[in-house]
Ligand binder design. Structure first.
Ligand SMILES: Nc1nc2c(ncn2[C@@H]2O[C@H](COP(=O)(O)OP(=O)(O)OP(=O)(O)O)[C@@H](O)[C@H]2O)c(=O)[nH]1
Ligand SMILES: [Mg+2]
Length: 250
């Protein structure tokens, strides 16, 4: 069950079981207990992932956004541009299909698709199994593309170093205030599809102000995966994060 929206996901069967059998007077407390148990279990597994990733010297990012903001496109560009210098692996999260994994596989980078079915987010357990196929010590950066959803993935730690939230200019600049959990949880916000700005009334400065209101520490980059504008700053951010992770490990 998803702790944010209660929709069917991993653990849905047990959550529904509690609802069916709970008496009216203790329904809410028992449901809350199930949510706490699920979150605590996810946090334990995420901590295990984090230890494993750190031991392997991996820098791990969890890419989150609404459907269609450009997560896979950003990955394709990044892998093609940096692939010769850095060793990547990619986990792709989607409810159905292997479309995104196929796009990543075309770049030559190792990739695994995780289909969540009815689930609206990846969790730490899925990631722990998803990375089994990879040679982690021979990898520099693990990219995890979460299910397109600006709400539920915010609540689930996967063991990543950072959540990176994408927001494309076609979505409107108000999203950081309307979906604050995601922007609070993210270390970096990427405003994507800058090439479309001439056709829209998206206010970039207002969007940045809204993001900083919910998270004063958030870093912000503006880019276009289509034109390539701003990608160099993203690559610098990646290199700095990897260097920092390695320094901390030593
Ligand atoms: N104009 C323009 N289109 C873009 C840009 N980046 C991505 N797109 C397009 O946006 C659409 C969605 O991109 P994806 O990369 O599939 O988005 P996503 O976030 O991975 O989508 P989900 O995995 O479904 O959540 C595609 O048609 C891309 O070509 C950009 O910078 N500019
Ligand atoms: Mg995608």
């Amino acid at each position: 069950m998803c702790i944010n929206c209660g929709c069917a996901g991993t653990g849905a069967a047990s959550a529904l079981h509690v609802h069916e059998h709970a008496h009216d007077h203790d329904h809410a407390p028992r449901a809350v207990r199930v949510e706490e148990d699920l979150l605590a279990k996810n946090d334990r597994l995420a901590a295990g992932n984090r230890t494993r990733f750190t031991r392997a010297g991996l820098f791990v990012l969890n890419l989150v956004s609404s459907p269609g903001s450009g997560k896979t496109t950003l990955l394709e560009r990044t892998l093609r541009d940096l692939g010769p210098q850095l060793r990547f692996a990619v986990l792709e999260g989607d409810q159905q299909t292997s479309f995104d994994a196929d796009r990543i596989a075309a770049t030559g980078v190792p990739v695994r698709q995780i289909n969540t079915g009815a689930g609206c987010h990846l969790d730490a357990h899925m990631v722990a199994h998803g990375v089994e196929a990879f040679d982690l010590p021979a990898t520099d950066i693990l990219m995890i593309e979460n299910v397109g959803n600006l709400v539920c993935p915010a609540g689930f730690d996967l063991g990543e170093d950072h959540k990176v939230a994408l927001l494309s200019v076609t979505e409107g600049e108000d999203k950081p205030l309307k979906y604050p959990q995601m922007f609070e949880a993210a270390s970096l916000m990427i405003i994507n599809k800058l090439d479309l700005l001439p056709y829209l009334d998206f206010d970039v400065e207002r969007c940045k102000d809204f993001a900083r209101r919910v998270n004063p520490r958030i870093a912000i980059l503006e880019l276009s995966c289509r034109s390539g504008a701003g990608l160099a700053a993203w690559y610098d951010w990646l290199a700095a994060g990897l260097a920092q992770k390695r320094a901390a490990r030593e």
